[in-house]
Ligand binder design. Structure first.
Ligand code: NAD
Length: 266
C-alpha cells in the first residue's frame, strides 16, 4: 500500500467562479471526494440554486453559495470569513473565476483591461490574503490558482488576459515561498483550451478580430496551438486538482501543472 489518500472528507473548499464551466466541474470533483463546497460566481439565482442542490444531493456534502463579486476586495474577504464562520475551517481555496476579452492593444477598451486584471489577477490576491491566516491557524491549506497556458506563453489580441495570467504565476510562486513552512501550498493549473462558455464566446470574438470564420478559429487558431488537437476535458483538470490537494501533493509548491496537450512544449 502506498498510503496515498485523495479522501477529502470533512474538508472545506471555496471555488471561485464555480457557477459555470471549469469551476463548476472542479467544485463537483472536490465534492465527489468528500469536501464541503462554497460555490461562487455570477448567474441566474434559480440556476445557481439548482446547481448547489444537485452537487449536495449527488455527493452527500454541504454546499453553500456566496455571491462575492471578484471585482470587490471586501466581498471576497467576506466570502472567506463567512466560510470560516459557517464551517469552522477552510482547507482549499481554488481561485478560478476569470473573464476574457479579445482585441488588439490599440483598440482594447480600458474598462475591459481593468476588469480582467481585477477578476483574473487581483481577486487571487484578495482571496489568498483572507485565507492564509485561517490556513496558518490550521497548520494546513491548499491554494490552487486556475491560470492558463497563457500564464506561460502569449497569443496576440489577449494582452490583458495574458498579462493577468502571467501575474497569477508570479503571485503563485511568491505566496508559495511565504507559506512553505506553514503546511500550506500554492500552485497553479495551466490548461490549454477547454470547451466552456468562455471559449465558445472567444470563438466568435477571435473570428471577428482576425477576420476569419469560426471553423477556422477552432482548427487553425485554438487547436493549432494544441498538438493533441483535442480540447482538454474537465476530468483531466480534476485529476490535476485532486493531486494538488491530496497528501501526495504536499511537497508540490510554487509550481504548476500544464494540461495543454503539449502546447507549451513548443
Ligand atoms: P466560464 O465563463 O464558464 O466561467 C467563469 C466563471 O467565473 C463563472 O462562474 C462566472 O460567473 C465567474 N465570474 C466571472 N466574473 C465574475 C465576477 N466578477 N465575480 C464572480 N465570479 C465571476 O469560464 P471557464 O472557461 O470555466 O474559465 C474558468 C477559469 O479557467 C478562468 O480563470 C479562465 O481564464 C481559465 N481557463 C479557461 C480555459 C478554457 O479553455 N476554458 C483555458 C485556460 C484557463
Amino acid at each position: 500500500m502506498s498510503g496515498i489518500r485523495t479522501d477529502l472528507t470533512g474538508q472545506v473548499a471555496i471555488v471561485t467562479g464555480s457557477t459555470s464551466g471549469i469551476g463548476a466541474a472542479m467544485a463537483e470533483a472536490l465534492a465527489e471526494n468528500g469536501a464541503h463546497i462554497v460555490l461562487n460566481g455570477l448567474g441566474d439565482a434559480d440556476e445557481i440554486e439548482a446547481l448547489r442542490a444537485k452537487i449536495a444531493a449527488h455527493h452527500g456534502v454541504e454546499v453553500r453559495y456566496h455571491g462575492a463579486n471578484m471585482l470587490k476586495a471586501d466581498e471576497i474577504a467576506d466570502m472567506v470569513a463567512t466560510t470560516e464562520k459557517e464551517f469552522g475551517r477552510l482547507d482549499i481555496l481554488m481561485n478560478n473565476a476569470g473573464i476574457q476579452h479579445v482585441s488588439p492593444v490599440e483598440d482594447f477598451p480600458v474598462e475591459k483591461w481593468d476588469a480582467i486584471i481585477a477578476i483574473n489577477l487581483s481577486s487571487v490576491f484578495h482571496g489568498a490574503r483572507a485565507a492564509i491566516p485561517i490556513m496558518k491557524r490550521q497548520g494546513k491549506g491548499r491554494i490552487v490558482n486556475l491560470a492558463s497556458a497563457h500564464g506561460l506563453v502569449a497569443s496576440p489580441f489577449k494582452s490583458a488576459y495574458v498579462a493577468a495570467k502571467h501575474g497569477v504565476m508570479g503571485f503563485t510562486k511568491t505566496l508559495a515561498l511565504e507559506v512553505a513552512e506553514d503546511g500550506i501550498t500554492c500552485n497553479a493549473i495551466c490548461p490549454g483550451y477547454v470547451k466552456t462558455p468562455l471559449v465558445e464566446n472567444q470563438i466568435a470574438d477571435t473570428a471577428r478580430a482576425r477576420g476569419i470564420s469560426e471553423e477556422e478559429v477552432v482548427r487553425d487558431v485554438m487547436l493549432a496551438a494544441q498538438p493533441t488537437k483535442q480540447f482538454i476535458t474537465y476530468e483531466q483538470l480534476a485529476g490535476a486538482l485532486l493531486y494538488l490537494v491530496s497528501d501526495a501533493g504536499a511537497n508540490m509548491n510554487g509550481s504548476w501543472i500544464s494540461v495543454d496537450g503539449g502546447w507549451t512544449a513548443k
